[in-house]
Design a protein around this ligand. Structure first.
Ligand code: PEP
Length: 325
């Protein structure tokens, strides 16, 4: 319906513009010119507004298929589009995902996109895919934080999730990176502002080789454990992302990933509480794709994934369908 309306009103705009440019000269000096010009502009504006309103009303439901194996925790598959996409490319992705078939009922799916495209997804992506940010400010509300997006604003626009502590932000890509304390503070502010957080942690290659993987993960979790209340943990998923596996095509083997996930869960049990350790979801991230998702997701302590490259493609749905059946 929205496409028909859009074409209809755009057609009128086109016709009026054509008449105007064909029969009239610029600058306009007679009444007819002015009327035609105004009409063409207003019908263009109307078609655009109408299109947006229709999109909001028509965000498709999506379809769920039977749940696969009910694990102790609902699987969480997050897509991280990073700084990728244009209006057209993202529009194509939305169309692709909207027609990609059913999402198993035991999976929660969220797409984290560049801030400026969040409204676009909130208007058009199927309702069974939540939308989130990839970062947020440490500011609690409005303020003098040029260039920042506050978690209160993500919440205001309709996001339900945000990624905090992604290794690319911890490292800084040419800027000062984010400290473990800052990541924990951001997470707390985002939760207080009503968002769920995928809290990313993980070791670098040399740290894994040096045998300090768990020390690194613990150092990233410690400030979080200090600042969160027990209730806050319901809003947190830990995304374990070995830095050496992100965007490199290298993936931790399912056994390696399981071992670290288990160690992280044990750490939470000792340092937070056994109940929270049982409940908290731990996602794996690092070159996860359709081809390796099934084996990774079959591990008892892997409760989902945080997916970069593959979430830009139809393969994202192979990851979603890789949950145990
Ligand atoms: C990520 O960005 O969090 C990520 C895991 O990227 P990729 O899947 O491309 O390795």
């Amino acid at each position: 319906m929205c496409v028909v309306a859009y074409l209809y009103y755009t057609g009128i705009s086109f016709f009026l513009c054509l008449v105007y440019f064909h029969y009239c000269t610029f600058p306009s000096e007679n009444l007819l010119n002015s009327i035609l010009f105004s009409l063409s502009l207003s019908s263009s504006a109307y078609s655009f507004c109408y299109y947006r309103a229709e999109l909001q009303a028509n965000r498709p439901d999506g379809t769920a298929c039977a749940s696969g194996v009910e694990g102790p925790r609902k699987y969480l598959i997050g897509g991280n589009w990073k700084c990728n996409g244009t209006w057209d490319a993202n529009d194509d992705r939305v169309t692709m995902f909207n027609s990609a078939g059913a999402i198993p009922a035991n999976v929660e799916v969220v797409l984290c996109v560049t801030d400026i495209y969040i409204p676009m997804l909130l208007q058009s992506i199927r309702k069974d895919i939540a939308v989130g940010g990839q970062n947020c400010g440490v500011n609690k509300g409005n303020g003098a934080c040029t260039g920042e997006t506050g978690s209160h604003q993500l919440k205001d626009i309709g996001c339900t999730w945000v990624i905090v502590g992604h290794s690319e932000r911890r490292e800084g890509f040419g800027m000062a990176g984010e400290t473990v304390g800052l990541c924990a503070d951001k997470c707390k502010v985002a939760i207080d502002n009503g968002l769920n957080v995928m809290f990313a942690i993980g070791e670098k290659k040399e740290e894994r080789e040096g045998g300090t993987t768990m020390d690194v993960c613990a150092s990233q979790l410690e400030p979080l454990a200090k600042i969160l209340d027990a209730k806050d943990w319901e809003k947190v998923a830990i995304a374990y992302e070995p830095v050496w596996a992100i965007g490199t095509g290298l993936t931790a083997t399912p056994e390696m990933a399981q071992e670290t996930h288990k160690n992280i869960r044990d750490w939470v049990s000792t340092n937070v509480s056994p109940e929270i350790a049982t409940a908290v979801r731990i996602q794996y991230g690092g070159s996860m794709k359709g081809a390796n998702a099934k084996d990774l997701l079959a591990q008892p302590d892997i409760d989902g994934g945080l997916i970069g490259g593959a979430s830009l493609q139809a393969d994202f749905f192979n990851v979603i369908n890789g949950v145990p059946k």
